[in-house]
Design a binder for this molecule. Structure first.
Ligand SMILES: C=C(O[C@H]1C=CC=C(C(=O)O)[C@@H]1O)C(=O)O
Length: 355
């Protein structure tokens, strides 16, 4: 029996806000439990607690203040679960056609305008048997060991789960780390992984953007070598980036410089964002936003830490329906059918843990 998991289940049945999360490759699960339903927001990112921020910076970021929450932590060692791959993907043709049409339109726009890359996403609905949030969260913990795995709830906002492979930002004192993550292929356990130029270029665009954005507000910027990483049954290209925040700069500027990266929006940012707004046809809300510890005193030492993750491979659950969010980066070389299949593969990250 896990006290922490039982406590969050009880909190959920009492309809009270909470979050439980585990950082990549760790066993410590931390939960913030709120005593009432009042909603608090942050716009300056100077408070401390847990932040849940939407994709659009004009929409409000929700703060679970550490002053108002009961915070508990527990090591939860889960047996690694092997991934089910026999997931039914019976989607109606109209869902596929709609996605393919938007991707085709994006490729056309890229070829005939200054737009270089745009991330096109969709919302997929899955009907569920009555949900047991503990079972879903436990399965996520044991299935995605190297992801940031969370369950977040507020009665006025909803219930969200995710297992994201992407760090937005880690800031300790003035030292920060971030990453450029893009390019996807299904992991078929091949020894020699070959990336096509489409994926390599797509990811390079993200790295270049991050470098350009961070240069004016940081010192000692270090861009590591690009590597392949595992995210469930998918592989991605990742380049780690680190640096020191310059004296004149602050966390808000760092967040605004990075979010939304071309891994979730596109390039140039304003053109990509306009294309998304006019064409996706649904509201992303918290998908491709970010979440995590904000100026949080993790180890009860003097140093506060910010550890934010991009809200990918996630879903919202409402009245026995899961709303799964998936997207992919489109460049001039994208093939719509392949981009569709990529979103189908990404949707399995969440479908796999549902009953
Ligand atoms: C937008 C998503 O993934 C991003 C992160 C990694 C790889 C991506 C890609 O290959 O397109 C996306 O940029 C998503 O999973 O919904």
């Amino acid at each position: 029996m896990n006290n922490l998991l039982d406590t969050i289940a009880k909190h959920f049945s009492n309809n009270l806000p909470f979050v439980a999360y585990r950082k990549p490759n760790k066993s410590l699960v931390t939960a913030f439990l709120l005593k009432d339903n009042s909603l608090e927001f942050t716009s300056e990112f100077t408070e401390s607690g847990f932040v849940f921020a939407p994709y659009k910076k004009e929409e409000k970021a929700i703060l679970f203040s550490d002053k108002k929450a009961l915070i508990i932590s527990e090591n939860i060692d889960t047996q690694e679960k092997s991934l089910r791959d026999d997931i039914a993907t019976s989607l109606v043709d109209s869902v596929r056609d709609k996605h393919i049409n938007i991707v085709d339109k994006a490729v056309e726009t890229i070829k005939t305008s200054n737009l270089q890359k745009v991330v096109i996403s969709r919302e997929e609905l899955v009907k569920l048997n009555p949900v047991n949030i503990l079972e879903i969260y436990k399965t996520l913990l044991s299935t995605y060991k190297n992801a940031f795995v969370y369950v977040w709830f507020h009665p006025e906002i909803g219930l969200w789960f995710g297992a994201t492979p992407e760090t937005l930002l880690n800031l300790k004192g003035t030292n920060f780390k971030t990453m450029s993550l893009a390019g996807t292929q299904v992991n078929i356990n091949k020894k020699d992984i070959i990336w096509k130029s489409k994926e390599l270029e797509e990811q390079q665009l993200v790295t270049n953007f991050i470098e350009t954005q961070l240069q004016p507000i940081s010192n000692n910027l270090i861009i590591d070598k690009t590597e392949t990483i595992n995210a469930g049954s998918l592989l991605h290209l990742r380049t780690k980036v680190s640096g020191i925040l310059s004296e004149k700069s602050n966390l808000k500027e760092l967040i605004r410089a990075l979010h939304p990266t071309p891994a979730v929006c596109g390039l140039p940012r304003n053109l990509a964002s306009n294309f998304i707004d006019s064409n996706e046809g649904y509201s992303r809300t918290f998908y491709t936003g970010f979440l995590g510890e904000l100026n949080f005193n993790v180890s009860k030492t003097a140093i506060r830490e910010t550890a934010l993750f991009v809200n990918l491979r996630c879903m919202k659950i409402k009245e026995n329906t899961a709303y799964i969010y998936v997207g992919g980066g489109i460049t001039k070389d994208s093939i719509a059918e392949k981009e569709w299949e990529e979103t189908v593969s990404k949707s399995k990250t969440m479908k796999r843990v549902l009953n």
